[in-house]
Ligand binder design. Structure first.
Ligand code: KIV
Ligand code: ZN
Length: 499
């Protein structure tokens, strides 16, 4: 058994799922954070799928230095060409090519016979291997494929140059034991199986993706494909934070641990949620608000006596900050930036100046500024140019007539004011913003309010999503005034839409 490698596909399998799309700046931010987290491979996208995807894979490949960068490609020459063109400047580029191997996929989707699939595998792995020796091959829907056919496909892939053989449970159908047995079977029966590493890629349709991935590791897989927060098609993929912490908590079971810096887990999760305009369900393992909370008296008593009575890992081990009141209105920029470093944030000078301004504003409004507040302030900054900025707003409730709002926005050096009526504050303010910006037709799809910490003066966080022309745009706003947070979230999304 060797060290388990973490292949992150948040920017491909995660990003392609509904409501999770990201712009280039956001993808670069996620890639930088994944590098810091210590993943082994970043699957940056599916280069052939669109010019935007191609550009983002290329930019990530050129940015990232400490991990492999892969692009997905179907087993087609033009896909492989695009994948290589996009990743070739990476420090360690990988082409990840795939073809389906299950009877149902071969017959109805590919309309190919098993023999044709074998031939295509041989030809396309060979084609990819002309570009690089770092070729990964996936048997799509492997867990509903005939194991002996998989043996033949894997053998063909190895013979033609594949170095990683990925066994996906594409439809989330398998069980941990089956996955373990499948990997064991392949390692035992594929000739020269030691010339490649086996990998698992599980979907979560029955809630077993993490368990199935761990089953694969017990069977001998050396790579786990996963996504931050378990994002992905339908019910998602194996969640990176869960599978990594499962291995870290039980090193007695899972061989050599991944090289992940677990203290970066919470930050990575929060960044990705912020970008896609969602937040963790409270009971989500590792990163949910209740993941380390002890409510019942018996549990609290036990934890006070000795944490290990009810805690199998510490919040600190995944980067959750538990201390209160760290800095106040008298703290200077130097102390602020030193504290950010301690929290693990590595911001540029300009970003520090910007964040410090917001920190000072917050100190004027809030008695106790916690690490959680500071993290909320600096997480996911500057992913979009703020073409329209909020200057001021005013809201008047008028009983049965609804609400009348005035808003003033700054665009370049121009101040533009508008008023509008609506059913409620948010409705009227958003209508006033629309009058100023005149964005393309869009609908407000999701709107969520979240309290960052406790107390009446807590920072309110609004995350939302707009749909326009089949695309979704997320927005996030943060303020001690929840209406202002709502305006900022809307402007954040509108600025993306107008970009
Ligand atoms: O789920 C799947 O089968 C995939 C492959 C393309 C690796 O995402
Ligand atoms: Zn998948």
């Amino acid at each position: 058994m060797g060290r388990i490698k973490i292949f992150d596909t948040t920017l491909r399998d995660g990003e392609q799922s509904p409501g999770c799309s990201m712009n280039l700046a956001e993808k670069l931010q996620v890639a930088t954070q994944l590098e810091k987290l210590g993943v082994d491979v970043i699957e940056a996208g599916f280069a052939i799928s669109s010019p935007g995807d191609f550009e983002s894979v290329k930019s990530i490949a050129e940015l990232v230095k400490n991990c492999t960068v892969a692009s997905l490609s179907r087993a087609l020459e033009k896909d492989i060409d695009a994948a290589w063109e996009a990743v070739k400047n990476a420090a360690d580029p990988r082409i990840h090519t795939f073809i389906a191997t299950s009877p149902v996929h071969m017959e109805y989707k590919l309309k190919m016979t098993p023999e044709q699939v074998i031939e295509r595998t041989a030809a396309m792995v060979k084609y990819a291997a002309k570009y690089t020796s770092n070729v990964e091959f996936s048997c799509e829907d492997a867990m509903r494929s005939d194991p002996d056919f998989l043996v033949r496909v894997c053998d063909t892939a190895i013979k033609n140059g594949a170095k990683v053989l990925n066994i996906p449970d594409t439809v989330g159908y398998t069980t941990p034991n089956e996955m373990r047995e499948m990997i064991e079977y392949l390692i035992k029966n594929v000739p020269n199986s030691d010339k490649a590493e086996f990998s698992v890629h599980c979907h979560n349709d029955l809630g077993m993706a993490v368990a199935n991935s761990l089953g694969g590791v017990l069977g001998g897989a050396l790579q786990i494909e996963c996504t931050v927060n378990g994002l992905g098609e339908r019910a998602g993929n194996t969640s990176l934070e869960e599978v990594v912490m499962a291995m870290n908590t039980r090193p007695d079971l899972y061989g050599e641990l991944p090289r992940i810096d677990t203290k970066q887990i919470y930050r990575t999760s929060k960044l990705v949620y912020n970008i896609i305009g969602q937040s963790a369900p409270h009971n989500k393992p590792i990163v949910g608000a209740n993941a380390f909370a002890h409510e019942s008296g018996i549990h609290q008593h036990g934890v006070l006596a000795n944490k290990s009575t009810y805690e199998i890992m510490t919040p600190e081990s995944v980067g959750v900050q538990t201390n209160q009141m760290v800095l106040g209105k008298h703290s200077g920029k130097h102390a602020f930036s030193e504290h950010l470093k301690q929290l693990g944030y590595d911001l540029t000078d300009d970003q520090i100046v910007e964040a410090f301004g917001r920190f000072k504003d917050l100190c004027d409004k809030k008695k106790t500024v916690t690490d959680g507040d500071i993290e909320a302030l600096v997480s996911n900054t500057a992913t979009v140019e703020e073409k329209y900025k909020l200057v001021f707003f005013d809201v008047k409730t008028m009983g049965k007539m609804g609400v009348g709002s005035t808003i003033c926005l700054k665009k370049d050096n121009e101040f533009i004011e508008q008023t509008s009526l609506g059913d409620g504050s948010i409705d009227s303010l958003y209508a006033a913003i629309d009058k100023i910006v005149q964005p393309p037709e869009h609908v407000l799809d999701k709107f969520k309010i979240n309290a960052v910490s406790e107390g009446q003066d807590t920072l309110g966080e609004v995350t939302l999503k707009l749909q326009s022309n089949g695309k979704s745009y997320s927005g996030r706003g943060l303020s001690t005034d929840i209406i202002e947070a709502g305006i900022m979230a809307y402007l954040n999304a509108i600025n993306k839409l107008m970009q």
